[in-house]
Design a protein around this ligand. Sequence first.
Ligand code: GLA
Length: 383
Amino acid sequence: MTETTIVNKLFKEKFGTSGDLYFSPGRINLIGEHTDYNGGFVLPGAIDKGILAEIKPNGSTKVRAASVDLNETVEFGLNESDKPSASWACYIFGVCREMQKRGAVIGGFDTVFSGDVPLGAGLSSSAALESTFAFGLNEIFKCGIDKKELVLVGQKTEHNYCGVNCGIMDQFASLFGKEGNLIRLDCSTMEYEYVPFNPKGYKLVLVDSVTKHELVDSPYNKRRQSCENAVKAIAKKHDNVKFLADANMDWLNEAKADISEEDYKRATYAIQENQRLADTVIALKKGDYATVGKNVFATHEGMSKLYEVSTVELDFLNDVAKECGVTGSRIMGGGFGGCTINLVADDKYDNFIQTAIARFTAQFGKEPKIYPVKISDGARKIG
Ligand code: GLA
């Protein structure tokens, strides 16, 4: 049975009718990690895996939501005090509340949803969930909220209802994704440009370290705090600096005495990463994949040694990639688990995949998962 059939069938069984079908994808990010909340650039793309939801207004003031994958159904209202206890349902509740805060009138609805974006792999399953409901409810209840504002609906859902102080990259990629294109997004202005990505002779592949990636209660929020501490110190002398992306290493060095060594390391990474992304986009447009790859490896180094969001498993996969002659490899997403993203020349591909599986399994006693990447379209109605 396809995912659509499963969702349709369960919806019919539970609610005796059928609704509209919406889909939003997860994302990859080629480079520009932890730069979004620092006012910098990112370079994500939507993937062909995501969350599918069937939705239909039910004429009441209650939401009845069923998750196929968790085999759970919850019911909740739409007032602030109605927050559901199941953590997955908070994403849907949060989206409704954030839309209401923007003037949307949302009635009760029934929904069944399912996903094929691996959970906890750093592929933004939560953004896919938020975007599916933000996009779908916006159409169904004719709220008229524009797509950039829907990005903020998803982001604020994370901040206010799920405990993660994330940036806008994941939700933006999920809503604005375009087949065959990465998105060069300026996170301080939300201006963006599609960058065609069809590297002839190379493949993009994710290797999942199958170690849990959970940003809630993880040191993600602490990283963000470190960057804000550095901005405060720099802004004492340079009051136009609102984000680390506005600063440079000289200014950070001037402020070094005012911040902890840890905050200095975090800020160094964030400033360097923003510059790396700019260089990478230039290289990409020239088809210079050697430079792209070199930068991708440098990002791994920074995320591992300066930002310290890597894991033993991810560092191991990065070393294997180097040994197999992979063009570029790095930890992808927020960190603390999840996948590496790898740009691999066609003739090195099979050997890399076999070696990564064999070496990782021998070392950690569990098999990594392999996801070839297909850059795909963003949120849409599919039925
Ligand atoms: C998570 C967050 C994003 C971004 C990345 C790191 O995916 O949700 O906003 O900060 O981590 O680049």
